[in-house]
Design a protein around this ligand. Structure first.
Ligand code: BGC
Length: 728
């Protein structure tokens, strides 16, 4: 290899801004423009033949660098729950549990470990920019990308994403937070106009980004497809300029979601820096706009500076990725740990769980293709299944690229049946596919325990028609439960589902999309090698009628059997994903009352509340003291009152003075506490002043409202035994 060329800006003692400035001075106009867009859809779909794309490692995201100035190519990959760009080039990547599973762990240290593994894998494959993490608020649980995101609370989602991306950045990658902003449904995502007040946006969706950016120093923000209050997110001066640049003081670059750039001058002047994956707006049209002065040279230089300073700041120039082989075993270990901490025990009547292998003679395992694998989510975050998809899709689906992108249900080869068999070597373990409820019930009836695996596929580009388990699985569960009172339901879902059978089954475990070690993690929970500690990052409502929007406005699901409308310049597949059709408004009148804040404000009962999750032991809370200040300190004692070791997620919520106009409570902090049986620990949670502030639209600033606050502490948003009033 030739030694790297030395340039004046190779001097690492200079700041990223100084280095960027030196490069800009040497650049031609064409070189500047080149850094601000991808190569176009055609380059993506016709590679590797076309031009510079032969250098690409990434199929979807590539920006050629400028070798004469030592500026590297940008090689991007999605990485929400694994390096999804790996598979397209035939490389292996760890299939992590879904974003919701990660969030259910409420574990910043674990998120850092996940980010570290993702970062290593990306570097091993030659990627230098990550297109994760997704942190859109789950205000619409039928959103087909719920599985990718991190729940319904901005503090939880922002903090966890911040930790994950901080780890990636520490490995010298450019990191990205998406999809900015209020992209809270995916069906019709390019024709939907999200209508929401500034305060509501600031205290929900935007806050999650603010926290993630502050904690991680992420270099990029991906603007979304939708409109916000009538203006596309990728050309919205409020969200891009006023909030991101000014209020958040973001120094990195804004990159459009794939095909979400709608204009040249408007977008560039509002704050979009990079068009992806193509050049329709930021290729020749941008050059023209600069030459005509519609986009001043200062702004062009600002766009280029943002990209370059991020390249220096992240370390991709000084420490480019070196090819290597992913550490598969470490990936397995972290994926399994994530699932073991993220799976949530929702019901456990009569302590039917954990199962005691020694005393069980027969187990029926039913449904969900549990004999071959665990389901995963579709779209750009889909990690290629090692060894291929064990559940072959109908051949017709594979003929259509749109269908394979969205509708094919991909299973990771980690069969729960095998994990269960390994735990109970002396029991007769039989599998029934569940396709015929009567035969499944017959097997359940003659088994000591019945474990039903219920799956729900979600994908980018389409929303769920409703929150019910698909394919008659409710009827299957009813039939099995009627035949065996010791029925345990393991859910592999992207988000919340309705459970009309909840009173008839003995136990329910939410395993989300469990990833490549799902089999082991689920079996470890079922047989008690792992004491469940996951807590819901989102509410499970009792019915769709209780949602803020009982009727979900969405264009119909694409049907691969019918012709597909085309978006100009893009293949038909892309057109449909984006939701061609008439524009429609979604009025987010619930505003900042996302998730539990809505159910609390409406005084609605829920199926399972935000923050909820059972353990095989029990915890008690006592001795709350609160020291108001900057930050305030909330101290209390958590005790393990049961007979086995466990981990509690102690949650701190605040109720605001009446005049603040807030929902009944807001999550302001949490702490994970590991306790031996009988052990008690003093816990202290710091609560920043910002967490107790509200966004004042008139002054355009966050403000603490003087008055009485109640700090509440406990094990879920609906179980808060300790409370103390403080005054500011
Ligand atoms: C998705 C993004 C993703 C991009 C590149 C888009 O369809 O919305 O999340 O990063 O594709 O794969």
């Amino acid at each position: 290899m030739n030694p790297p060329k030395h340039f004046a800006w190779s001097d690492r003692s200079l700041s990223p801004d100084e280095r960027a400035e030196m490069v800009i001075k040497e650049m031609t106009l064409d070189e500047k423009i080149q850094l601000l867009h991808g190569l176009g859809w055609q380059a993506i779909f016709s590679q590797p033949e076309c031009g510079p794309a032969t250098r690409t490692i990434s199929v979807l995201g590539f920006i050629p660098g400028i070798p004469r100035l030592g500026i590297p190519d940008l090689q991007m990959t999605d990485s929400n729950q694994g390096v999804s760009g790996a598979g397209v080039k035939g490389r292996y990547a760890t299939a992590f549990p879904s974003g919701e599973a990660m969030a259910s762990a409420w574990d910043t240290a674990l998120s850092y470990e996940i980010g570290t593994q993702l970062g290593h894998e990306m570097r091993d494959m030659g990627f230098n920019m990550s297109l994760g993490s997704g942190i859109n608020m789950i205000r619409e649980p039928r959103d087909g990308r719920t599985f990718e995101y991190k729940g319904e609370d901005p503090l939880l989602a922002g903090t966890l994403a911040g930790s994950e991306l901080k780890a990636e950045k520490a490995l010298h990658l450019i990191t990205d937070v998406k999809h900015y902003a209020v992209n809270d449904q995916d069906a019709g995502r390019i024709v939907v106009n999200s209508i929401i007040s500034k305060r509501a946006m600031q205290e929900s969706d935007l806050l999650a980004f603010q926290i993630a950016l502050k904690d991680s120093g992420a270099g990029a923000v991906m603007c979304s497809y939708n409109k916000i209050n009538g203006i596309y997110a990728c050309e919205n001066p409020y969200t891009l300029h006023d909030v991101l640049t000014k209020q958040f003081d973001f120094k990195g670059f804004v990159i459009s979601d794939w095909g979400a750039t709608q204009s040249t001058v408007k977008a560039a002047m509002a704050g979009l820096d990079v068009e992806m994956p193509g050049n329709d707006s930021f290729g020749a049209p941008l050059k023209k706009a600069v030459e005509s002065g519609e986009v001043p040279m200062d702004r062009l230089n600002d766009m280029v500076r943002r990209v370059l300073r991020t390249e220096f700041d992240s370390g991709i120039v000084d420490d480019p990725p070196q090819p290597g082989s992913p550490d598969v075993m470490r990936g397995f270990a972290i994926a399994q740990k994530t699932e073991e901490r993220g799976e949530v025990l929702l019901k456990n009547k009569g302590s039917v769980l954990p199962l005691h292998a020694a005393s069980i003679q027969s187990i029926a395992v039913i449904g969900g293709h549990a004999d071959v694998g665990v389901i995963s989510g579709g779209g750009s975050s889909q990690v290629s299944p090692a060894g291929g998809n064990p559940v072959p899709p109908p051949p017709a689906l594979l003929k259509d690229p749109l269908a394979s992108f969205m509708l094919v249900q991909v299973y990771q080869r980690s069969a729960p049946l095998k994990g269960i068999e390994a735990k109970a070597p002396h029991a007769v373990v039989q599998f029934n596919s569940g396709s015929d409820p009567a035969s499944a019930a017959a097997l359940a009836g003659k088994s000591q325990v019945a474990i039903v695996f219920a799956v729900q596929h979600e994908s980018e580009g389409m929303d769920l028609p409703n929150l019910s388990l698909p394919d008659h699985q409710d009827a299957l569960i009813e039939a099995v439960a009627a035949a065996n009172p010791r029925t345990i339901v393991v859910l592999e879902t992207g988000g919340p589902v309705l459970m009309p059978w909840i009173d008839k089954v003995a136990a329910v475990v939410e395993a989300w999309y469990p990833g490549i070690r799902g089999s082991q993690a689920i079996a470890n929970l079922l047989f008690g090698d792992v004491n469940p500690s996951g807590r819901l990052p989102l509410t499970f409502p009792r019915s769709e009628a209780d949602l803020p929007h009982p009727i979900h406005l969405a264009p119909p699901k694409p049907d691969p059997g019918h012709p597909v409308p085309k978006l100009a310049g893009a293949p038909g597949m892309v057109g449909v994903m984006m939701g061609i059709g008439p524009f429609f408004d979604v009025h987010y009148d619930e505003g900042l009352k996302v998730g539990y804040k809505w159910y609390d404000a409406q005084k609605k009962a829920v199926l399972f509340p935000f923050g909820f999750g059972l353990s095989y032991t029990t915890f008690a809370y006592s001795g709350l003291t609160v020291k108001p200040g900057e930050p305030s300190t909330v101290s209390f004692t958590v005790s393990n009152t049961g007979s086995r070791a466990g981990v509690e997620t102690a949650q701190v919520y605040a109720s605001f003075p009446e005049s603040a106009g807030e929902p009944p409570k807001r999550l302001v902090g949490w702490s994970k506490v590991e306790l031996a049986p009988g052990e008690s620990k003093q816990v202290s949670v710091s609560v920043d002043r910002d967490r107790l502030s509200i966004f004042n639209e008139s002054s355009n600033a966050w403000e603490l409202v003087p008055g009485k606050y109640v700090i509440r502490v406990g094990s879920s948003s609906r179980d808060l035994p300790l409370e103390k009033q403080i005054e500011f």
